[in-house]
Design a binder for this molecule. Structure first.
Ligand code: LLP
Length: 420
């Protein structure tokens, strides 16, 4: 399904024209489609139906309560990387028994909170972390169910800033010392080993790195079992890419991915956990913005829009390409635009030399594929308020995060000289 499309020349989210939302809410705003999110989840669940599988939505991709609630209602668990994300998942109705806790360096406070909730699994990133989990578990009289996050030394073939499975990356423990780590875990009180875990990176468009990494994890599972360890769960992480360039990208789908899972770890008869983030919500959201001004400097034509790098960071941070379209189809001659925001940095650029029909001040500009790693990575740089989020369901829409006002932003500061 395509939840976002032109109808009668106007850009629609499901059955609502984004112009209608823009008039009610003001731009810029994020706009999500309920049907698109539910469809992606159902496709993933269907692809995995031959496994005893739990889909733990990677909350970091988009942690709005409304979205997590929709996924919780469909049976999703959550992959979280902080106490804050764990609290968001619990508040949205995901039971602790479906929460896996990843995260590079969990603090004592976070570990205490997770143990008190009786979460399903800790994905442990180092031997030091394991020792702390053991000590806290003993103190609280709890048992921590753990998997080690294994670094399989596989190149995910994605942007270097979102590659996590090479030996030089900070993530996980090296596969060649994994057995020692498991042997140690067996000796520690308060720890019960239940599985293995990996996550090699994000926005992965080619299945080969998954196949290589999953095969290594399958071999390791066999070795660990031979050494007497109980490995009943394999957590395969997230990472499945999505089409950002709607014309040219060809992301693998959940069925292609699951075929690889079956071929590599299917014979081990383990419970499977997957942690998709982007592939569930990435293309279920768009960023709607308005043209403030147009101008020409030298030979460059600029569209200056009211969204900026603080609202959506991916183009500045990863040079990410996102399809950008006008809010209405018009027959004006095409122009080559640099599409930029109003923030005082040259890096505040969404696209260079992008072909669009001529646009004018007040026209809507839609940046597609912004449902994942959009709102969650926003900041208030230049004292710009975080932008609202809207969820469309059929012919209705609802604001699912309000735009904060300036007073509440400024009131977080304590003026020098204020009474103690
Ligand atoms: N599991 C773990 C342990 C992760 O670290 C991540 C993402 C996921 C699952 C979900 O991966 P996904 O299915 O969404 O690819 N801000 C970057 C992406 C960072 C991803 C970090 N980890 C971006 O905008 O591309």
């Amino acid at each position: 399904m395509n939840a976002f499309a032109y109808r009668d020349g106007h850009y629609y989210a499901e059955d609502v024209a984004v112009r209608h939302i823009a008039d009610a809410v003001g731009t810029p705003f994020y706009c999500y489609s309920r049907a698109a999110i539910e469809d992606r989840y159902d496709a993933f669940a269907d692809a995995l139906k031959d496994f005893n599988a739990l889909i733990c939505y990677a909350v970091k991709a988009n942690s709005n309560q409304a979205l997590i609630t929709l996924l919780a209602a469909r049976g999703a668990g959550a992959d979280v990387v902080s106490e804050g994300e764990m609290r968001r998942a619990l508040a949205a109705g995901i039971p602790a028994s479906k929460i896996v806790y990843s995260g590079v360096a969990k603090t004592v406070r976070e570990i205490e909170f997770a143990l008190q909730q009786d979460i399903r699994q800790f994905n442990v990133e180092s031997e030091q972390e394991l020792e702390v989990i053991s000590a806290v578990a003993v103190r609280l009289g709890k048992t921590a169910h753990i998997a080690f996050r294994i670094n399989p030394d596989v190149d995910a073939g994605t942007h270097e800033k979102i590659s996590t499975g090479k030996s030089e990356n900070k993530f996980g423990i090296a596969i060649d010392i994994a057995k020692e780590a498991y042997d140690k875990a067996r000796t520690l009180p308060g720890i019960e080993v239940c599985g293995v875990d990996l996550h090699i990176g994000s926005q992965i468009m080619n299945l080969k790195p998954f196949a290589a990494a999953f095969s290594r994890i399958a071999e390791l599972t066999q070795q660990l079992r031979d050494a007497g360890h109980t490995i009943s769960t394999i957590d395969l992480g997230g990472g499945l890419g999505v089409n950002y360039d709607q014309q040219n990208d060809k992301a693998p789908n959940a069925d292609d991915y699951t075929r690889i899972v079956m071929e590599t770890v299917g014979h081990l008869d383990c419970d499977i956990i997957v942690e998709p983030g982007r592939s569930l919500v990435g293309n279920a959201g768009v960023l709607v913005s308005s043209v403030i001004y147009t101008k020409t400097n030298g030979s460059t034509k600029f569209l200056i829009i009211d969204a900026a790098m603080n609202d959506f960071l991916r183009p500045s941070m990863y040079n990410a390409y996102h399809t950008i379209v006008g809010g209405r189809q018009n027959n004006a001659p095409e122009e080559l635009y640099d599409i930029v925001g109003p923030v005082c940095e040259t890096g505040d650029t969404f696209a260079r030399k992008r072909k669009l029909p001529a646009q004018e001040a007040g026209d809507l500009i839609v940046i597609e594929g912004t449902g994942a790693y959009g709102s969650v990575m926003a900041s208030t740089y230049n004292t710009r308020p975080l932008i609202p989020e809207v969820l469309v369901d059929g012919d209705e829409f609802r604001v699912i995060r309000r735009r904060p006002d300036y007073d509440s932003m400024i009131a977080l500061d304590i003026p020098w000289g204020a009474a103690d």
